[in-house]
Structures are given as structure tokens and as C-alpha cells.
Design a protein. Sequence first.
Length: 79
Amino acid sequence: MAAKAYVLIETAVGRNKEVAAAMERLKGIKSVDIVTGPYDIIAILEEETLNDIGDLVTGKIHPITGISRTVTCLAIRST
């Protein structure tokens, strides 16, 4: 079974659409939703291993211009 994570993202004011567009181009991202509430974007990631998820978050998502903060929630059980 592939590893799965939810990434909750806060963006700089007015940058949510461009951040979402940049994320949609990344391999391993299954969905990107712009949402209301304390976070601006919620993304679902799936990779082969937890290490691959970590590499995706730190190496590809964090460098996207306009991201202020992320919280990564690893799925421990999917139904």
C-alpha cells in the first residue's frame, strides 16, 4: 500500500491560486483543494514510502513561492 498524507497549507495573501497551480504540476499530488478556514489549501499526497512523502514536502512543496506554513498529517489507516 502506498503512503498517504494530507498537507494543510497557509499561503501569503492572494497567492492561493498560484500555489495550487504549482502544486498540481507535481508528481505524487493526488488532489489540491482551495478551502476556507484556518488553512488556504489542502492537498492529498500519495507516494511509495513515508520517506518519499517527506522528500516531496520538503524538496518540492516548501520551496513554492507564496507558501507561508505547512502541516503534514500522515494517514495511518485508509478505508
